[in-house]
Design a protein around this ligand. Structure first.
Ligand SMILES: Cc1cc2nc3c(=O)[nH]c(=O)nc-3n(C[C@H](O)[C@H](O)[C@H](O)COP(=O)(O)OP(=O)(O)OC[C@H]3O[C@@H](n4cnc5c(N)ncnc54)[C@H](O)[C@@H]3O)c2cc1C
Length: 312
């Protein structure tokens, strides 16, 4: 319940222009500023530096150029071209070739066909260069269209492309079967968005149960599944189920967010598991940042302390 209330509260705050202006002013300006806890920086160079640190610690990464819900085709085009530059920068830097992106960033809200074209432009650059591209999953009005676009591109032969399913949604276990039938690579998450009871479990315990069931299904029948969670209980479910069913540690990976449970990231790597860190960067960091606060209201204290530390 608290979980739903907190997500709803931060969802409302995320819509505040005044707060966004204030946060943008203080959130990134110094190396110690509060948004840097969860966001690598505003530039690709800062993201590449963060990726290098991750790689020296024995982990891999996926880079996310932040941005979502663009409201016109020019913005979608700007975002697409920015992604193309990111691809070139990653290639030149020689770091891992793995991206995450959102379809509303490519214009899905404005025109579906243009968003697909934009995605295709990105894939035309990434596929020959050996990149993997993950389509992040946004809130439930986008679930079906995201899966549809994914399937269309899959049928057109794009194979270095993966999808995300959210355990919070009632429909996801069925979607998991749909994706497993294709042989698609799934990232499993609990779900970051405030959703109505008509489509999603309201109780955290129910979300956790669904996550555990889907973890088991992915370990047995999935293709290189990614279990994206910081929840020690869910991680233990995966570890013991994999052990019991002789699923080797290199057949799946854990994924965690930049700046979240760094202790667990290191511990899992040391225990011999593959761990990939989701590294977000870019100027449009506010909605992403607010979702992270909504997941763990204690993070607000950390922000408040850091703001007073800076201005005092
Ligand atoms: C790699 C990756 C990709 C993701 N992609 C998507 C996506 O495409 N679509 C989507 O809807 N969601 C996505 N998410 C977010 C996800 O849905 C959850 O909202 C988020 O991971 C928190 O859930 P949890 O599984 O960590 O469990 P929770 O039960 O929420 O948290 C378990 C524990 O993890 C720690 N923790 C969790 N969140 C935070 C935080 N923000 N700050 C500090 N500690 C925290 C706390 O110790 C907490 O007790 C992604 C998450 C990851 C790790």
């Amino acid at each position: 319940m608290l979980d739903t209330a907190s997500k709803a509260f931060f969802h409302t705050l995320a819509g505040s222009r005044a707060l966004k202006t204030l946060a943008s002013r203080y959130g990134m300006r110094k190396p110690t500023s509060f948004a840097r806890r969860f966001i690598a920086g505003e530039t690709i160079q800062e993201a590449i530096e963060a990726a290098r640190v991750v790689e020296t610690r024995g982990m891999s990464e996926t880079l996310d150029l932040l941005g979502e819900s663009v409201s016109n085709l020019e913005e979608a085009d700007v975002a697409t071209r920015a992604y193309l530059r990111v691809i070139d920068a990653i290639t030149a830097a020689g770091i891992g070739r793995h991206l995450s992106l959102k379809l509303t960033q490519l214009g899905l809200d404005v025109d579906k066909a243009t968003a697909v074209d934009n995605l295709r432009k990105i894939l035309e650059r990434t596929e020959p260069a050996g990149f993997f591209v993950r389509l992040d999953m946004e809130n439930s009005p986008y679930t079906e269209v995201t899966l549809d676009i994914f399937e269309t591109l899959w049928r057109q032969g794009y194979r270095q492309l993966g999808i995300v399913l959210q355990a919070a949604l009632y429909r996801s276990e069925e979607d998991l079967r749909r994706m497993n039938t294709l042989g698609a690579q799934v990232r499993l998450v609990k779900g970051a968005y405030k959703e109505p009871k008509s489509v999603a479990y309201a109780r955290k315990a129910d979300v956790d149960d669904a996550f555990a069931r889907m973890t088991k299904a992915l370990l047995l029948t999935g293709t290189s599944p990614a279990l994206a969670t910081h929840d020690p209980k869910m991680i233990e479910v995966a570890r013991s189920y994999a052990r019991e069913h002789q699923v080797a540690a290199d057949r799946f990976e854990f994924q965690m967010l930049y700046g979240v449970r760094r202790d667990l990231q290191v511990a899992l790597t040391r225990a011999g598991y593959r761990v990939r860190i989701y590294i977000p960067f870019g100027r449009e960091w506010f909605p992403y940042f607010m979702r992270r606060l909504g997941e763990r209201p204690a993070n607000v204290l950390f922000v408040v302390r850091s703001v007073f530390g800076e201005t005092g």
